[in-house]
Design a binder for this molecule. Structure first.
Ligand SMILES: [Ca+2]
Ligand SMILES: [Ca+2]
Ligand SMILES: [Ca+2]
Ligand SMILES: [Ca+2]
Length: 586
């Protein structure tokens, strides 16, 4: 009996292997796709292929036997030319894996279903309405020319571990569309790396545009999580959500001078995201929950939109719908030029019934700057420390206390023991389910984005090694972010040597922000503990966030920090670990 079972398994394995086809031309690829049956694995041999017509996929796999179309090795098969993959109805359970797309995004004319004649092609890779359960994984998108890199329609698709990079044209890395007034549903977009999108001169160059105003009142129930955005700024919007009921969590947005915007639609949930050196989030629409997000060095951190129409009362879908009933709670804001803001608008409708509760706001500009109108606003239990005053936040809405934040090994600010934020929230917030570490929220809630918990951490600030085509590499490799464990500060004196103070990153930042002047020579020293790392450290990068001076003192390598523009400076340190183990002087 036992041998019979083994025989059956062996046969299954043989059949799977038999279904694999390797092709060496695009015409053979198209033929193999046209002949594919569930379970087929079609391999395009490594090499560069020039496409002038679409590679069209309309076949259906099954949940247990998808049709896989993949490069021989990840990144080894490049599609150049003027055309790419086009998945059309009723394609289902198709996996597109490991390709490098460098063909132009916009050179092919075609008949589009909603137009009366040929028009310029608008995207490189596409999925049409009527497709479902398809997956794009481990692909590199670098498609020049105007147009989207990837256009998503249909439902239940997964887009994971792709790299979208080096875009310098109109269009989006990813655009999500729908049918009629229904946005694409149940998409799962995760662990992608969005890198280097150059500024354009017009609207329509978002990094990720999820919907259009015409879809905005339909529910998507999609999840966008664990994506990393770096140096993307095609226009003023980075992520633009124009649909309802999305979950956007555990993403890292770093060094992007463009704003995550809930532009149209209602009931989205935005939590556990890390915003660093970016204009934070801007909110329009109703009933959004924004919690457990971590903002550092942003301007602003959170912008409550000032409406110019009320969609629920019949205003056009293209309006800036007045924000109503948003919950903005349990976020941590550190050293943001401006914190919680609302801009003025001529004849603006402002926002109504916004609850801002349990946030920690440390450093930076006034805690809140609200232009209004602002009817029914609730301010409750926020903690303010070392901001430039409370601004618009009423005295009843906050307490002033040192929240005892400390930058930990992940680079983010967590609560230290004894923090007055721990277990100090009152009131009931059933929508607040998770902290920024992905740990569950348990009452009594801790204020700010961090709930002190011993449950597994499932989210952290992301680095390029976590995402994209080579993301999540083998255990023990990749990039780790360390926060300084100790620091010291010397003015007009000798190096501190090994005499370091206690770790106090907040204090360090204060010192670095001090205005340098002649005869007021400052040195700051940081110590990093690499004792918890396994294996070999081959290199390290010291990232300085702050305001770097335009001019450096003649003959001096180190920078000092001044009150000029916000910038980030990278210092590559190699080799490691010897140089790393020592003190790093700025
Ligand atoms: Ca835009
Ligand atoms: Ca509204
Ligand atoms: Ca607690
Ligand atoms: Ca936590």
């Amino acid at each position: 009996m036992k041998s019979f079972t083994l025989l059956a398994l062996f046969l299954t394995g043989t059949m799977a292997a038999f279904a694999q086809t390797t092709v060496t031309s695009l015409s053979a690829l198209q033929t193999a796709i046209n002949n594919a049956t569930p379970g087929a694995v079609i391999v395009l041999a490594n090499g560069t292929y020039t496409a002038s017509t679409d590679i069209t996929v309309s076949k259906q796999g099954t949940a247990s036997q998808p049709i896989t179309i993949k490069a021989q090795t990840i990144g080894g098969a490049e599609i150049a030319g003027t055309a790419g993959f086009n998945l059309v109805s009723p394609a289902a359970y198709i996996i597109i894996q490991g390709f490098k797309f460098t063909h132009s995004a916009s050179q092919v004319s075609e008949q589009r279903s909603n137009s009366v004649g040929p028009e310029r092609r608008l995207s490189a890779e596409r999925m049409a309405a009527g497709t479902s359960f398809c997956r794009w994984t481990r692909n590199l998108f670098q498609t020049p020319g105007d147009g989207e890199d990837l256009l998503l329609n249909g439902s239940d698709h997964e887009v994971d571990y792709n790299t979208f990079q080096h875009k310098n044209a109109m269009g989006r890395f990813i655009a999500v569309r729908g049918t009629g007034s229904q946005i694409a549903q149940r998409l799962h977009i995760h662990h992608n790396y969005f890198f280097d999108q150059q500024p354009q001169t017009a609207n329509g160059a978002e990094t990720l545009q999820f919907g259009l105003s015409g879809y905005s009142l339909s529910n998507s129930n999609s999840i966008v999580e664990y994506n990393l955005f770096e140096q993307c700024a095609g226009e003023n919007e980075l992520i633009s959500v124009k649909a309802s009921q999305l979950t956007i969590r555990y993403n890292t947005i770093r060094d992007c001078p463009a704003q995550f915007t809930l532009r149209h639609g209602n009931r989205s949930t935005v939590y556990g995201n890390y915003f660093i050196n970016t204009p934070g989030i801007r909110i329009f629409g109703d009933d959004h929950n924004i919690f457990s997000n971590h903002f550092e060095n942003c301007n602003p951190a959170i912008n409550v939109g000032n409406g110019d129409g009320e969609v629920a009362d019949g205003a056009p879908l293209t309006s800036h719908d007045r924000p109503d009933r948003a919950l903005i709670a349990f976020n941590t804001l550190v050293n943001n030029t401006s914190n919680i803001t609302q801009s003025g608008r001529t004849n603006g409708l402002g926002a109504t019934d916004i609850t801002i509760a349990g946030n920690i706001i440390q450093g930076g500009g006034p805690a809140a700057s609200i232009a209004g109108p602002y009817t029914g606003g609730v301010w409750s239990g926020n903690i303010i420390f070392n901001t430039n005053g409370p601004g618009s936040m009423p005295a009843s809405g906050f307490s002033t206390a040192d929240p005892l934040l400390a930058r930990d090994a992940t680079g983010t600010f967590h609560l230290r023991p004894g923090s007055p934020a721990i277990n100090s929230a009152t009131g009931s917030y059933p929508a607040v389910t998770s902290d920024m570490d992905g740990q569950p929220r348990t009452a009594p809630l801790d204020k700010g984005a961090d709930e002190v918990s011993t449950t597994p951490v499932i989210a952290h600030i992301l680095s390029p090694s976590d995402v994209g085509v080579s993301g999540a590499a083998a255990t023990g490799t990749g990039q780790t972010t360390l926060g300084p464990t100790q620091d010291a500060y010397v003015r007009n004196g000798a190096d501190a040597g090994n005499t370091l103070g206690a770790s106090d990153p907040g204090e360090l930042i204060t010192k670095l922000n001090s205005n340098p002047a002649a005869g007021n020579d400052r040195h700051t020293f940081l110590r990093f503990d690499i004792g918890g790392l396994n294996g070999t450290v081959s290199s390290a990068t010291l990232r300085l966030f702050g305001k770097l001076a335009y001019r450096r003192p003649p003959g001096r390598r180190p920078q000092y920090l001044s009150q000029s523009i916000q910038r980030q400076q990278h210092h590559r340190l190699s080799p490691g670990p010897g140089s790393i183990r020592k003190l790093i002087g700025i």
